[in-house]
Design a protein around this ligand. Structure first.
Ligand SMILES: O=C(O)c1cc(=O)[nH]c(=O)n1[C@@H]1O[C@H](COP(=O)(O)O)[C@@H](O)[C@H]1O
Length: 278
């Protein structure tokens, strides 16, 4: 099964477009939970258990683990997702990008060490920095395209001296939809804070899966994002991390996370066109 098929099956089974982001910040752990390495697993596993039937995907952000030496906890967590939410894909958010020889090591890290189903990549170094990941033909590769942060404008919005003068992110969407997508593994990251550009990316890349972060804590418009990005045959998965993880800082944090995830899923579903089938 390819990553895209896996994502579609999970999205259909859970009637959900929601990706639950796993960004464990010890400064925000609930009362009574220590910042010890084990807590990274305990906290995230509780969130996974509470949202296992709501999430179409989980997206652990590797820096939140690696910065605290908690890589083993990330490995345990991904194994836990397999048990608690079978069939739900894990998107490892690593935003890697390097020369081919080094990229090969990053690919091995994502897919062999962690066993992720997909990874986020920075395409800034060009196609040969993506190529080593293509050897893992059943895995998904989400290329940063039009990111949610304000500084995304600095480079991504620059017009290129190419026919039609596409902006950098538009050109990238074309490459990912076309010549770079040799195994059909590519998807794009587009920020929910830029709903009108989600629509533009969808126009340039009608069939690619879109990973859309930026709802919740970053204030993106969840409904506008779905309307702009979802098409039959053009899947989307919309990530929310902090708004779910830290919905409560008390002992009831997992129940609060579940409530936040259910509310977000409902909001995303309500924005689908009438008669849409996931
Ligand atoms: O690739 C990403 O996931 C990503 C791309 C982007 O453009 N913006 C963005 O916020 N992200 C990630 O998505 C998550 C957003 O977290 P919240 O703002 O807490 O929902 C973080 O893990 C970010 O690193």
């Amino acid at each position: 099964m390819t990553f895209t098929q896996m994502l579609a099956a999970a999205s259909q089974a859970r009637q959900s477009l929601l990706c639950v982001g796993l960004d464990p910040d010890p400064a925000r752990f609930p009362a009574g939970m220590t910042p010890a390495a084990e807590s990274f697993f305990d906290f995230c596993a509780a969130i996974v258990d509470a949202t296992a039937d709501v999430a179409a995907a989980f997206k652990p952000q590797i820096a939140y683990f690696a910065a605290h030496g908690a890589e083993r906890q990330l490995q345990r967590l991904i194994a836990h997702v397999r048990q608690a939410a079978p069939g739900v894909p894990v998107i490892l958010d690593a935003k890697r990008g390097d020369i081919g020889a080094t990229a090969r090591q990053y690919a091995r890290e994502a897919f062999e060490r962690y066993g992720a189903d997909a990874v986020t990549l920075s395409p800034f170094m060009g196609f040969d920095s993506i190529e080593p990941y293509l050897d893992y033909a059943d895995k998904g590769l989400f290329l940063l395209c039009r990111t949610s942060n304000p500084g995304g404008d600095d480079l991504q919005a620059l017009p290129l001296a190419l026919p039609g003068q596409p902006r950098l992110f538009e050109h990238l969407a074309q490459l990912a939809q076309g010549p770079w997508n040799v195994n059909g593994q590519l998807g794009l990251v587009v920020g929910a804070t830029r709903a009108h550009e989600v629509a533009r990316v969808r126009e340039m890349a009608p069939a690619l899966p879109l990973l859309i972060p930026g709802v919740g804590a970053q204030g993106g418009d969840a409904a506008a994002t779905v309307r702009a990005g979802w098409r039959p045959g053009g899947p989307v998965v919309i990530n929310s991390s902090r708004a779910i993880l830290y919905a409560s800082s008390d002992a009831n944090f997992a129940d609060a996370a579940r409530a936040a995830a259910l509310a977000t899923r409902a909001q995303l579903q309500a924005a689908l066109p009438a008669g849409a089938v996931l």
